[in-house]
Design a protein around this ligand. Structure first.
Ligand SMILES: C[S@@+](CC[C@H](N)C(=O)[O-])C[C@H]1O[C@@H](n2cnc3c(N)ncnc32)[C@H](O)[C@@H]1O
Length: 270
């Protein structure tokens, strides 16, 4: 697992030959990187094992799954080993898609298509029950026109999910930089936030990972809330709602209200 992409707006990073450097937001960067890596699999941030509790809870194995920006990660393969039957993987890099197609030609549960997450018009509306992103929105945030790219991606994911479907976003971005992109006016997400320490973190974690983290009414972390691991990963589970916005993570006000009645702590154990 590597360190996260550079902070948003500072996306110049890789050298793809010819003296020009490309950013995480550009297909050329990823093509060059996947050529260089020569087919070595690589999972950003977290492996499936750590994410399994979320995936299993929110997406049953029979779900029609969309893995956006799949890269060379083992995540989809691990999910098939765990019983998932239908995973459509897309990535903007033709290099990695070709590589993954060859690698998994005999695993019918895994399909790979070269596609830009900002335009997935090849798929009809409501084609999927669950979409998973680990690191793709983060890459777009390092590219040019980042806010526009993020909007297009979120609208496309929303379009492709059936009502009640879930978008699981795994990112290094805290709510102040991710919730505004998720909260598109035409989307109606119920957002629940979880925080996972980075792999190898040895400090004490006072909260069960499957306990949602409260958000303020504005969709921010409560004042004074500091994750145990400053390099934590954020898992946003966004349910596509019909009608009025549903309740997501408990808000600080919810917790304040409940405090009067029950002994409810801001960070509570499982
Ligand atoms: C940080 S990597 C994450 C890869 C993989 N999801 C993982 O967890 O290891 C970001 C991936 O997003 C892909 N990507 C970047 N921009 C994209 C876009 N506009 N559409 C689809 N994929 C994109 C890159 O090619 C790369 O494979």
């Amino acid at each position: 697992m590597s360190s996260p992409p550079p902070p948003e707006g500072e996306g110049r990073d890789g050298h793809a030959g010819g003296g020009r450097s490309f950013s995480y937001g550009e297909a050329e960067y990823w093509d060059a990187r996947y050529v260089e890596e020569g087919g070595t699999p690589y999972d950003w941030y977290q492996r499936y094992e750590a994410l399994r509790p979320f995936v299993r809870r929110f997406a049953p194995p029979a779900s029609r799954l969309l893995m956006v920006g799949c890269g060379s990660a083992l995540m989809s393969e691990d999910m098939v080993s765990d019983g998932y039957a239908e995973i459509m993987n897309i990535d903007i890099s033709s290099v990695v898609i070709e590589m993954m197609r060859k690698k998994y030609f005999n695993i019918p549960q895994l399909q790979y298509l070269r596609m830009d997450v900002r335009d997935m018009s090849m798929f009809p509306d409501e084609s999927f029950d669950c979409a998973i992103d680990k690191g793709t929105l983060d890459s777009l945030m390092c590219g040019v026109d980042a806010p526009l790219s993020a909007t297009r991606m979120v609208l496309e994911v929303d379009r492709l999910l059936r009502p009640g479907g879930v978008f699981i976003l795994i990112t290094y971005g805290d709510p102040s930089v991710r919730v505004p992109h998720l909260n598109q006016p035409s989307c109606n997400w119920k957002i629940v936030l979880y925080i996972l320490p980075r792999p190898g973190f040895t400090g004490e974690i006072r909260r069960h990972v499957l306990n949602p983290v409260p958000l303020t009414e504005r969709g921010r972390l409560p004042d004074g809330f500091v994750p145990e691991d400053p390099d934590s990963h954020y898992v946003y589970v966004c349910e596509k709602m019909q009608g009025l916005t549903g309740a997501g993570s408990p808000t600080v006000n919810d917790i304040e209200r409940q405090r009067g009645r029950i002994n409810y702590r801001l960070i509570h154990p499982a």
